[in-house]
Design a protein. Structure first.
Lengths: 164, 210
């Protein structure tokens, strides 16, 4: 029984690992930090797996547990990401450059997102993942209205960071 | 917000660009906690041996033994010492083996049984060391009392006075117990903490294993 459970967990996680990688990209800078967070999230998912009843999709459940782990860990370390660390993160993002100006803007946006706090990052992440407000609200355990308000505030904050 | 849409475009473009992690690596990750604890057990036991070896090197036990003029005692002590080293090396070998198995294991069931085995090995190791402390304290008191020429006068006086004899034996027993207690505390602190964590992992694994 347990062997099967473990096998099914590992197979599903392997197939859905990009979700975790993407969260790591947003919350960490540098390859080591990325790997550490990936591992921590994996451990937390595994611990929570017995409670996963299959009434939601594995991916939806992964979003929730992984984001919560990232948020809690981020709270614990409270690390501020410096520009140097951010640059070292660059090799992670494969960029096929066709538009220099656009690329610059994207870089600045990543930098701006880094300056957001843990919850705000989670919202941006869900937004980037094309989730609707209902799903954002469910995953983060807030109301839909609250999610909308928060997202608007984040947009304002990002604008401020980009054009101080 | 224009920039956010731009970011989203880039985000999607790069969402499959991550180096993929294999199933085997995931197995390793979910067992990682136990393997790092077992690694610490191995490191601490090696450090402990190094500490004793170095402190032996600096102690003046050799001068003391030479002073006694009983070469057979030196021989016995050396035999005891080498025996002790051999046993401890065997234990370290077992710790190393446990570490190797736990860090490469892929099944939870096997992991659970190796955690239990590691706990047993550590417990035996601690009990062996504590036993050795008692044996060596008794031996050193005995040698110090019977063979030490400096003790000749004390010996004669004590032989005449039964009460004083009893009293000094009592004091030595107390001292032995004190040593025992001291080392028991140290071991509890060193290995006990690690074993408790290891056991917590075991219980966690057991929850998954219904």
């Amino acid at each position: 029984m347990s062997e099967n459970l473990e096998q099914s967990f590992v197979t599903q996680l392997q197939a859905n690992q990009n979700i975790i990688h993407k969260i790591c990209r947003l919350y960490t800078a540098g390859e080591d930090a990325h790997k550490d967070l990936f591992q921590e999230i994996t451990i937390q998912l595994w611990k929570a797996y017995p409670k996963f009843r299959g009434d939601s999709k594995f991916s939806t459940w992964t979003y929730r547990v992984a984001l919560n782990t990232a948020i809690t860990l981020y709270r614990k370390t409270k690390r501020t990401v410096s520009t140097v660390e951010y640059e070292s993160h660059q090799h992670f993002v494969k960029d096929v450059d066709y538009n220099y100006e656009e690329e610059e803007q994207i870089k600045l946006m990543y930098k701006a997102v880094y300056q957001l706090n843990d919850i705000e990052k989670a919202l941006v992440f869900m937004y980037l993942e094309d989730k609707d407000y209902q799903e954002i609200a469910e995953t983060l355990g807030i109301s839909e209205v609250n999610a909308r308000v928060k997202m608007n505030r984040i947009k304002g904050k990002l604008k401020k960071i980009l054009n101080p | 917000m224009k920039e956010l849409d731009l970011l989203k475009k880039d985000w999607k473009k790069n969402s499959d660009s991550f180096e993929q992690i294999s199933e085997k690596e995931i197995y390793k990750m979910i067992h990682k906690k136990s393997s790092s604890i077992v690694k610490w057990i191995l490191i601490i036991s090696i450090l402990e041996v190094l500490f004793w070896t170095i402190s032996n090197y600096f102690s003046n036990i050799d001068d003391f033994l030479n002073n006694i003029h009983h070469p057979e005692i030196i021989l016995y002590m050396e035999i005891l010492m080498y025996f002790n080293y051999a046993v401890i090396l065997v234990f370290i070998y077992f710790f190393y083996k446990n570490y190797k198995t736990i860090s490469t294991i892929v099944s939870t069931k096997l992991l659970m049984s190796s955690i239990l085995r590691t706990r047993k090995t550590v417990q035996y190791y601690v009990w062996y060391n504590l036993g050795m402390i008692v044996v060596s304290s008794i031996l050193s008191f005995f040698i110090g009392y019977v063979y030490n020429p400096d003790m000749a006068i004390v010996r004669e006086k004590l032989a005449l006075n039964g009460k004083a004899m009893l009293f000094s034996i009592g004091a030595l027993v107390l001292l032995t117990l004190l040593f025992f207690g001291l080392f028991w505390c140290i071991y509890r602190l060193l290995y006990g903490t690690l074993l408790r964590r290891l056991y917590a992992n075991y219980k966690e694994l057991k929850k998954i294993d219904f």
